[in-house]
Design a protein around this ligand. Structure first.
Ligand SMILES: CC(C)(COP(=O)(O)OP(=O)(O)OC[C@H]1O[C@@H](n2cnc3c(N)ncnc32)[C@H](O)[C@@H]1OP(=O)(O)O)[C@@H](O)C(=O)NCCC(=O)NCCS
Length: 179
């Protein structure tokens, strides 16, 4: 069953649930694998298998939260898939945002802001105090800017080693959220 989450802004409406996996996968394909974003072809092919894997999506949507954000006209504009992730070494449990994307034509209308707000609230309701996300600031500057604006902090240990191709891991202490 589709859950109507909230009406966080006049511009968009959120729905959640694992039954929305096909919608999320299609949005993911459009944002990341149809030339919208700057993945080069090789990287796209290498990544697409994992990031487009229906079983991985289903598993994470069932244990976590898959959100689809719709524009006022009813078209799907963006998706966000997050799930609870624990670190066996640090025992540091985070609600982890795995994949996010908003269609180019739907950006700057608050889709991501609404999904982030709902994700943070969901994490809080499930007893988590931290939300995490990995990103590539050079490739996704708008995402990095939005995370900094919302008080996500770069985990300095993720910068060491330099093997992640510019990937950084950020964490938000939920009580520091401005949303
Ligand atoms: C990053 C992305 C998800 C933002 O989605 P969006 O729905 O356009 O974002 P919103 O309209 O909700 O904006 C939320 C905040 O993000 C920031 N932001 C969004 N787009 C921005 C841009 N182009 N430049 C700078 N900041 C930006 C702003 O802080 C904004 O808040 P404000 O409008 O109050 O200033 C979208 O640009 C996108 O899908 N990018 C490509 C895919 C991607 O980066 N995925 C994440 C990979 S880790």
């Amino acid at each position: 069953m589709t859950n109507i989450m909230t009406e966080p802004t006049p511009e968009c409406r959120l729905e959640s649930g694992a039954q929305l996996v096909p919608v999320g996968l299609e949005l993911n394909r459009s944002v990341f694998f149809s030339g919208d974003e700057s993945y080069d072809e090789q990287e796209s092919k290498a990544s697409s298998s994992r990031f487009m894997d229906r079983n991985v999506w289903r598993e994470r949507a069932e244990s976590g939260l898959l959100l689809i954000s719709y524009s006022q006209d009813g078209t799907a504009g963006g998706f966000c898939l997050s799930y609870p992730k624990s670190s066996p070494t640090t025992k540091d449990d985070c609600w982890h945002i795995w994949l996010v994307g908003v269609l180019k034509g739907a950006r700057r209308n608050g889709h991501w802001k609404a999904m982030l707000q709902a994700t943070i609230q969901h994490a809080k309701n499930h007893g988590f105090s931290t939300v995490s996300i990995s990103t590539f600031p050079d490739k996704f500057p708008a995402m990095f800017a939005s995370l900094q604006k919302n008080n996500f902090c770069v985990d300095q240990s993720s910068l060491r080693g330099g093997s992640g191709g510019g990937k950084v891991f950020l964490k938000l202490n939920i009580q520091d959220s401005i949303l």
